[in-house]
Design a protein around this ligand. Structure first.
Ligand code: KIV
Ligand code: NA
Length: 269
């Protein structure tokens, strides 16, 4: 199987519709990428690794070096899915030139095929600058976690007429600027549907709508690694339960000296 390309992903939307929705999950490690790769069209090395891997309170402290280390691991662990790496807070907002330098490092040092950045109208010029220079960009609008301090929290967006209109114009701006796809997070469903119908690029939803051209979730959320998850997460496994149970059994064996046994030890010949 050949790795999916950016044009192949973009082509999935024909005449305003995606026949088969795009499947996207986050991945931060090589082994996780190996396990998810066969099932996904896109693997996202999300800056959500802040909370998921590093126990940070938000995505704001994530650095380019962190994204590069995890991005390279995910590229090494996958061969089918398109790998997209998040541009961390502070690495692209200042100017198109700053964004280009950061994105070029991400692509050169990880081997990923595209980057993702948060923002709509305000980032349109940057998106155009990058795409015109060979860097495919996935945009991210609606609830944009890097803007948590400006938004005042992680609640759903688009409840006021003003906010609704802003999300629609953000979608139009990023598509117009050349983004090959856009993530729409945490918006009222009618907004997600209207974006999906009006934009000619794939609209990938999270906390959005089943009508979107694809879906993305944080893999650890979907796998049940956490007790508290946003309303839009569906749990497909109880990884937290499995890990706790296995650790408890291991601890019991160690304390009872019933591990290791002859099977796990080396004896002289
Ligand atoms: O960082 C992330 O995991 C994301 C997705 C949830 C879209 O940006
Ligand atoms: Na992100």
């Amino acid at each position: 199987m050949k790795r999916l390309t950016v044009p192949a992903i973009q082509r999935r939307k024909v005449e305003g519709r995606t026949q088969e929705p795009l499947v996207m999950l986050t991945a931060y490690t090589a082994r996780q990428a190996q396990l998810l790769d066969a099932h996904c069209d896109i693997l996202l090395v999300g800056d959500s690794l802040a909370q998921v891997i590093y126990g940070l309170p938000s995505t704001l402290p994530v650095t380019l070096d962190m994204m590069i280390a995890h991005g390279a691991a995910v590229v090494r662990g996958s061969y089918h899915a398109l790998v997209v790496v998040d541009m961390p807070f502070g690495s692209y907002e200042e100017s198109p030139q700053q964004a280009f330098a950061s994105a070029a490092r991400l692509m050169a040092e990880t081997g990923c095929a595209a980057v993702k950045l948060e923002g709509g109208v305000a980032m349109a010029e940057t998106i155009a600058f990058l795409t015109q220079r060979g860097i495919p960009v996935m945009a991210h609008i609606g609830l944009t976690p890097q803007a948590v301090n400006a938004l005042g929290g992680y609640g759903a967006r688009g409840r006021s007429q003003e906010e609704h209109a802003k999300i629609i114009s953000d979608g139009k701006a990023v598509a117009g600027a050349g983004a090959f796809s856009v993530v729409v997070e945490g918006v009222l469903e009618p907004i997600a549907i209207s974006l999906t119908q009006s934009l000619d690029i794939p609209v990938i939803g999270i906390g959005a709508s089943a009508q979107c051209d694809g879906q993305v979730l944080v893999a650890e959320d979907m796998l049940g690694m956490f007790d508290r998850v946003p309303r839009f997460v569906k749990r497909y496994a109880d990884m937290a339960g499995l890990v706790s149970e296995a650790a408890a059994r291991y601890a019991e064996d160690v304390r009872a000296r019933t591990f290791p046994t002859a099977e796990q030890t080396y004896q002289p010949k």
